[in-house]
Design a protein around this ligand. Structure first.
Ligand code: 5AD
Ligand code: SF4
Length: 479
């Protein structure tokens, strides 16, 4: 099969991104009618890996496909279009994609008209794209994180030519408004507020795959949130690789604290946001979180390491002391605050002493939740070019020690909730026991309890009766 390359990714171009104004565009409808006549009534299967940005992109792609009359199914064997939306942040996320495509490729042999598409962050890396193209000649469409709005045109081209289509441009990025969206949930919604990342932490591939920081207009975000409230949504999560940077690239005189306050004032019962870089978490933001009862008292504040030298080599822009002072201010001003974090263990050449600094920071902060990762070299990032004298076994050993320290506190915190009455936004039947319901507290703790399915999508009072490390059991509170 011949390949038609419309655009190819280039990490240098992604890194030396062009300065200048963000281009605000409305959705492209090129070849919408043509793809509708080819795909109306047909079925699609979509599988998303990775972060909330990818989940939100999936909702946009589903919106586009459903707008031309396609149906979502969960059996890839019966699909006319298969889309695998990939993540590049660590190697194990990529390995899963190789496994999944390995299982799906046979379907293309059986159905020559099938569109087998790979999109998302993996294909933004030139070497990975080349490997995918070589390993899987069955994949007939590759597109990047900046091409989602061109989905109709890309599907049309794939279905009407004998060539495989590659469209991945490493551009700084645009803001596209007016795309349709089929949301995964009817009471909890993600709302993008800022795309991309400018931080270039030395281990991270995201600034290369998702382009520069570019904020949506304040008024567009408020309009979207108001619509969600009008539809009965109970919870909104404002999304960005670093939400704190919101507005800095615009000339609207509004920052993230202003946006948070404006959305809180709209009256959504629960307001969350993620992710926040500690470097630009302002006191003004802390004050707004403390002031509005509907802003959840839960902050995800990735620390990555507790050692100053490692933080410096990671390019994190804060010291251990600055991070701890920020935590102190948050805990003092926001009663009942729950803090979570991301930590990378085994960064190149991390010494035992440096690792112990991370352990001691964890013991001081006493996180209520945490995500821990073993460092995974990402080709094209500065850290991946460093020599590393720490063996993988040693990294695993440190990882286990760190998790023990984190879990001790998480367990204690869960135990402290036993006997308390908490508000739960009920998600649906529990994944572990379909006879139970489950949902999350304001501070993001998972609770299972017996109850009627009519409670799904409501905020309900539940009394906690017992706790495990990561979840709790409760019963309906009848006051
Ligand atoms: N290796 C391990 N973990 C990583 N993360 C990002 N890049 C890497 C990498 N190369 C983690 C960071 C980040 C989270 C989303 O993923 O902790 O906060
Ligand atoms: Fe990656 Fe750092 Fe940007 Fe987070 S802030 S997406 S870790 S570069």
């Amino acid at each position: 099969m011949k390949t038609k390359i419309i655009n190819a990714p280039d990490l240098h171009k992604a890194a030396s991104r062009q300065k200048g104004e963000t281009l605000f565009k409305s959705a492209s409808i090129l070849h919408k009618q043509e793809s509708q006549s080819l795909l109306n009534g047909k079925k699609y299967y979509i599988r998303t890996y990775g972060c909330q940005a990818n989940v939100r992109d999936e909702e946009t792609m589903r919106g586009l496909l459903e707008d031309i009359g396609m149906w979502q199914i969960d059996k890839p064997e019966e699909a006319d279009v298969i889309i695998i939306n990939t993540c590049a942040v660590r190697e194990n996320a990529e390995d899963k994609v190789y496994g999944e495509v390995g299982n799906l490729k046979i379907l293309r042999k059986k159905n020559k008209k099938l569109v087998l598409a790979i999109c998302g962050c993996m294909v933004e890396q030139p070497e990975i794209l080349e490997r995918l193209m070589k390993t899987f000649p069955e994949i007939n469409l590759f597109f990047g994180t900046h091409e989602i709005d061109q989905l109709y045109d890309l599907l049309y081209q794939t279905l009407t030519s004998e060539e495989r289509i590659v469209s991945i441009e490493s551009k700084a990025g645009e803001v596209i408004e007016g795309l349709p969206s089929a949301r995964n949930n009817h009471y909890k919604a993600y709302v993008d507020i800022i795309y991309g990342c400018n931080k270039f932490c030395t281990y991270c591939i995201v600034p290369y795959t998702r382009g520069k920081e570019r904020s949506r207009h304040f008024s567009d975000i408020i309009k979207e949130c108001q619509n969600l409230i009008d539809m009965g949504y109970q919870e909104i999560t404002l999304l960005g690789q670093n939400v704190n940077a919101y507005g800095k690239d615009l000339d609207e005189g509004k920052d993230f604290a202003d946006l948070l306050e404006a959305v809180a004032k709209l009256g959504i019962p629960r307001l969350r946001f993620t992710t926040s870089h500690p470097w630009d978490f302002s006191s003004k933001m802390i004050d707004i979180i403390a002031k509005y009862p509907n802003i959840c008292k839960f902050i995800h504040l990735p620390v990555q390491s507790g050692n100053d030298e490692i933080l410096k080599i990671m390019g994190r822009r804060y010291t251990r002391e600055q991070y701890l002072n920020l935590v102190k201010e948050m805990r003092a001003k926001i009663p009942g605050l729950s803090l979570s974090t991301d930590i990378i263990v085994g960064f190149p050449n991390e010494t035992e002493e440096q690792f112990n600094d991370t352990v001691s920071l964890v013991d001081i902060v006493k996180y209520e939740a945490a995500y821990t990762f073993i460092y995974s070299p990402r080709k094209g990032t500065p850290a991946a070019r460093m020599e590393d004298n720490v063996s993988y076994d040693e990294k695993v050993r440190r990882f286990k020690i760190l998790v023990q320290h984190l879990e001790k506190n998480i367990e204690k915190h869960s135990e402290s909730l036993v006997g308390k009455v908490v508000d739960i936004l009920v998600d649906g039947p529990s994944k572990t026991d379909p006879n139970m319901l489950s949902g999350y507290t304001d501070e993001n703790k998972l609770v299972h309890f017996p109850g009627d399915s009519s409670l799904i999508g409501t905020i309900t009072k539940v009394k906690i009766i017992s706790s495990h490390t990561y979840s709790m059991m409760g019963e309906l509170y009848r006051g």
